[in-house]
Design a protein around this ligand. Structure first.
Ligand code: PGA
Length: 249
């Protein structure tokens, strides 16, 4: 379960949020579910300090990165900089980056590869818009995003990465995908990966994202191919996020 905090809160609020989350979770939760938070860049260092000082089993994720390791790229952050801050995961290709910042599959692919070179596991986000779904194009769009975003990534690396299926129409709308529809889309992604990478498909973790919350997490997680959640809005409230982590209780 990864909490995507997006552009919300100062580093002081991030400290409070991660501390509160740590009080709510106990060892059995971490044994069962890998828990991560993706704060804004300005909060990564503070969250890392809390995680290290209190020896927390909370993984740190970044929301984005640049595909070059260094250079004249004003305003950008590289994978090696993130790795130095104990960042384990980086979201690449979130629909907000695809839509608001013009990121296409080529860029997402470069970012995913850069993350892996630095030892940061990419969480590659894919998902169709409402218009694409209504035109019956969802499957083709997802297929194109998966193949483009994962191009030229070898099978050994594929098995360790994380994919997030996030239908754009479900993100931040309070309208989550029906569990059966999410399962169908995610099973399709897994089969696509199996076609190219064989049994690596069984190891790759595929998350659902889009208005996941304590009320719907159990029904979504009950589906065979849904391995976890990428949670935006509900992750800003530690109580709600902890309840999502404990979907199995
Ligand atoms: P949401 O966001 O849970 O607020 O819909 C999910 C995401 O964008 O990762």
């Amino acid at each position: 379960m990864i909490g995507n905090w997006k552009m919300h809160g100062s580093h002081l609020e991030a400290i409070q949020r991660v501390q509160k989350l740590s009080y709510l979770l106990d060892p059995a939760d971490y044994d069962r579910v890998e828990v991560g938070v993706a704060p804004p860049f300005t909060s990564l260092r503070s969250v890392q300090t809390v995680v290290q000082m209190d020896d927390l089993r909370i993984r740190i994720a970044a929301q984005n990165l640049h595909w070059q390791d260094r250079g004249a790229y004003t305003g950008e952050i590289s994978a090696s900089m993130l790795a130095k801050l104990s960042v384990s995961y980086a979201i690449v290709g979130h629909s907000e980056r695809r839509q608001c910042f013009g990121e296409d599959n080529r860029v997402v692919n470069r970012k995913a590869k850069a993350a892996m070179r630095a030892g940061v596991t990419p969480i590659v986000a894919v998902g169709e818009t409402l218009e694409q779904r209504e035109r019956g194009e969802a499957t083709a769009v997802i297929r194109g995003q998966v193949s483009g975003s994962l191009a030229r990534i070898p099978t050994e690396a594929i098995q360790d990465l994380v994919i997030a299926y996030e239908p754009v129409w479900a993100i931040g709308t309070g309208r989550h995908a029906a569990p059966a529809d999410a399962q169908e889309a995610i099973a399709g992604i897994r089969e696509q990966i199996r076609g190219r990478h064989g049994s690596a498909a069984d190891r790759v973790r595929i998350l659902y994202g889009g208005s996941m919350n304590p009320g719907n997490v159990a029904a979504l997680m009950a589906k065979l191919d849904i391995d976890g959640g990428l949670i935006g809005g509900a992750s800003l409230d530690p109580d709600a996020f902890a309840a999502c982590v404990r979907y199995w209780k």
